[in-house]
Structure formats: C-alpha cells, structure tokens
Design a protein around this ligand. Structure first.
Ligand SMILES: CC(C)(COP(=O)(O)OP(=O)(O)OC[C@H]1O[C@@H](n2cnc3c(N)ncnc32)[C@H](O)[C@@H]1OP(=O)(O)O)[C@@H](O)C(=O)NCCC(=O)NCCS
Length: 161
C-alpha cells in the first residue's frame, strides 16, 4: 500500500475534504456545508488518509443517535490518481475497528444501483444488500424502490460487525 497515515478528521480538514469530494464522481455533488457537519460534529466517526500532508481519501460516518448500535456511512472517496492502492480498504478497517469499540453491531450505507463497482466493492468488504422496503430490480440488482424520493431507487447495504 502507498505510505498513507489514517487519522480522525479535524475541523480544519473541511476545505480539503470538500475539494476532494468534487472529484469523486459518481458520488453526487452536495452542499458544501455538509462537510462541516462531519468535520465539526461527527469527527470521532470520520477518518482521512494523508499522504505527504495532503488528504487523499476520506470516509464520513456517524452513529445513530436513536439506536446507538447502528452506524451509517455517508460516503467514502479516494483521490482518483490513488485508487486501487488499498487506501479505501484501510479507511474501512479503521472505521470497522472504531465502530466495534463503540459497540456498534451494524453499519449501513446506500449506493446508487448504477454504481456497480461500489456495490461489488462493498460486498467484498462484507456488506450485503438489505431487503428493506419495497423491492425493485435494476439490471439484476435488488434496490429499494423510491428510497430517495419518487423514481430514485437506492441499494441499501448492511454489514454486521
Ligand atoms: C470505491 C473506492 C472508495 C475504492 O477505494 P480504493 O482505495 O480505490 O480501493 P482498494 O484499493 O481498497 O480496493 C480493494 C479491492 O476492491 C476492488 N476494486 C476497487 N476498485 C476497483 C475498480 N475500479 N475495479 C475493479 N475492482 C475494484 C478490487 O478487488 C480491489 O483489490 P485489488 O486492487 O487487489 O484487485 C474508490 O474507487 C472511490 O473513491 N470511488 C469513487 C467514489 C465512490 O464510488 N464511493 C463509494 C460510494 S458509496
């Protein structure tokens, strides 16, 4: 693996994370302010990968405030020029370890059914497609109908720790 350092986020990481997010297609572009939520209010469940003091990857998650044994991953992104070097896997391992320490039992995330690469990547990390909600099959993939609003079907994935 590339020599990268994995650490929890700091408030000051906001801009760098926001800039990297803009290069992380097919993840949709979001309001910039969302990155403040993670770097300021969920810093204990978000991690960055740093190479030469530059952020080259991040994973942003949080623990449910209602069900403390459930964590949710908002997104993960690795700098396009540094993919396939196990940086994503290292960020995940760090996230899994920390969630276990926090006594989380399940981790959820959602993926657009067209992002087939991400679905198989998450399956290889131990996530399964959840049967939650009304089903709809898109190119053979089980998604939850209208999960993100009318016509916006999403694949819900879950990993048990
Ligand atoms: C998905 C993503 C986070 C993976 O991170 P990464 O650091 O590149 O992945 P890793 O090096 O840890 O990959 C581990 C394994 O996953 C699989 N994999 C990862 N990227 C792949 C690709 N583009 N094509 C095929 N297999 C792939 C491979 O089996 C790989 O192992 P290998 O390289 O030894 O064959 C990264 O591609 C990314 O940032 N994508 C854009 C944003 C995105 O889609 N995020 C997920 C949305 S929920």
């Amino acid at each position: 693996m590339e020599h990268v350092r994995i650490r929890t986020v700091k408030k000051e990481d906001f801009l760098e994370i926001m800039n990297l997010a803009s290069k992380c297609a097919p993840i949709p572009i979001e309001r910039d302010s969302i990155y403040h939520l993670f770097t300021k209010y969920f810093a204990n469940t978000c991690f960055v990968a740093e190479k030469d003091n530059k952020i080259v990857g991040y994973i942003l998650g949080f623990i449910s405030q209602l069900e403390k044994n459930i964590a949710y991953i908002h997104n993960i992104c690795i700098s396009p020029d540094l993919r396939r070097k196990k940086i994503g896997s290292s960020l995940y391992q760090k996230f899994f370890q920390n969630m276990k320490k926090e006594k989380c039992q399940k981790i959820f995330l959602i993926i657009n059914p067209s992002n087939k690469l991400s679905i198989s990547y998450h399956e290889s990390l131990g996530f399964n497609i959840s049967k939650e909600g009304e089903e709809i099959y898109i190119e053979g993939i089980r998604a939850t109908k209208n999960y993100n609003g009318p016509g916006k079907h999403m694949v819900i994935m879950c990993k048990s720790l």
